[in-house]
Write a new protein. Structure first.
Length: 209
């Protein structure tokens, strides 16, 4: 069970939506606070500007759904599927994911700072231009994932596997090369210099001649 930072408990829910078929539903403008969504099918749902605050999603399907300028703030996702889901400029501040699937998930822009993704399988996810400051990616499996221009400053990457991942343009100052697998990771020149510094190497200009 994924835990929030510093062991803070998940917010209590005050109402429940159970076993509902929201397949293809337009979520535009909807607002939900402290609602528990259990076994709700949100496959191919769409919407702009939906707001979910301190909600819990248990065994819900977000497959092929599309969310634009939506916010899932301080929510908890347990056993949910995000296959081929897309998030554009969405805010997921402080949300926690436990035993969720992220195959082919696409995240573009937005703020995912302080999210909890310990042990998450992100191998087939594509994240571009996302703010993920102080995110918990402990033990995350990111082999072959695409993380372009992702702000990972202050993120916890202890035990994460970034082998073969494409991290070009991302802030990797929080990567500990001794406790994070980085073999085969794709980086740009500036990132290579950062990694060398993190390993204690003193990078100097080349010798002429």
């Amino acid at each position: 069970m994924a835990e929030r930072k510093h062991g803070v408990p998940a917010p209590p829910t005050e109402s429940t939506v159970r076993n509902q078929d929201w397949d293809g539903q337009d979520l535009t403008g909807q607002t939900h606070t402290r609602v528990c969504f259990s076994h709700v099918d949100l496959t191919e749902s769409t919407g702009t500007g939906a707001l979910f605050t301190e909600c819990a999603f248990r065994d819900c399907r977000f497959n092929a759904s599309s969310h634009v300028d939506a916010a899932f703030v301080n929510c908890t996702f347990t056993g949910c599927s995000f296959f081929d889901a897309s998030f554009l400029r969405c805010k997921l501040l402080g949300s926690v994911f436990d035993r969720c699937g992220f195959d082919l998930m696409k995240v573009t822009g937005g703020d995912w700072s302080f999210v909890g993704l310990p042990g998450a399988d992100l191998r087939k996810a594509v994240l571009t231009g996302v703010r993920m400051r102080e995110a918990d990616l402990t033990g995350a499996r990111c082999q072959g994932a695409t993380l372009h221009r992702v702000d990972l400053s202050g993120a916890c990457l202890h035990g994460a596997d970034l082998s073969g991942a494409d991290l070009r343009g991302s802030d990797i100052s929080a990567v500990d090369p001794w406790n994070t697998t980085v073999a085969g990771t794709v980086v740009d020149i500036e990132q290579a210099i950062v990694l060398a510094g993190l390993m204690g190497l003193d990078v100097q200009p080349g010798l002429d001649g």
